[in-house]
Write a protein that binds this ligand. Structure first.
Ligand SMILES: Nc1ncnc2c1ncn2[C@@H]1O[C@H](COP(=O)(O)OP(=O)(O)O)[C@@H](O)[C@H]1O
Ligand SMILES: [Mg+2]
Length: 141
């Protein structure tokens, strides 16, 4: 079984990572990949912003690496081998596309993430992934 666990660095997504660790620990045939997608920020106009300066860009890159390393460490601590993948683009489409291209059986996500509204049960990424993917989805609360 191939499992794709997705993190944006949020507490909820780390709960999803820990759940994936539990599943893989109980299932010797499971193979897991941790995916973090760098969301491409597009502005309608060329507004100079922090992300567009070289320092801002570097800071963001470091943040993305930190997010993926933090999740990878949770697997390492349990002596579980996990592949890591740093994607780029629209998070939901990137997750769905990777799951389809690489034949993942199960996608594990947090119910919410970094952004969004507290009153929503499902965030926009988890909602879009459930709607669009053919893989099974585990939403971790
Ligand atoms: N950029 C991302 N890369 C990988 N996974 C993500 C990304 N954004 C969200 N996710 C996954 O989707 C879950 C729900 O997040 P999301 O739908 O974005 O909620 P919110 O709207 O609260 O930010 C997260 O816990 C995480 O598992
Ligand atoms: Mg989000």
């Amino acid at each position: 079984m191939k499992i794709l666990v997705c993190t944006d660095g949020s507490e909820q997504s780390l709960r999803a990572v820990r759940k994936a660790v539990d599943i893989v620990a109980d299932n010797k045939n499971a193979q897991v990949t941790v995916l973090h997608v760098e969301e491409s920020i597009s502005h309608p106009y060329e507004i100079p912003s922090a992300e567009h300066s070289p320092e801002g860009h570097k800071r963001l890159e470091e943040e993305h690496k930190r997010v993926i390393a933090e999740a990878a460490k949770i697997f390492e601590e349990k002596n579980i081998k996990a592949d890591v993948s740093l994607g780029q683009g629209h998070p939901a489409s990137t997750i769905v596309e990777m799951a389809s291209k690489e034949n993942f059986d199960l996608i594990v996500l947090g119910n919410r993430g970094l952004g969004g509204l507290k009153k929503l049960i499902l965030g926009s990424v988890s909602n879009a992934v459930i709607q669009e993917t053919e893989a099974s989805v585990l939403i971790v609360k």
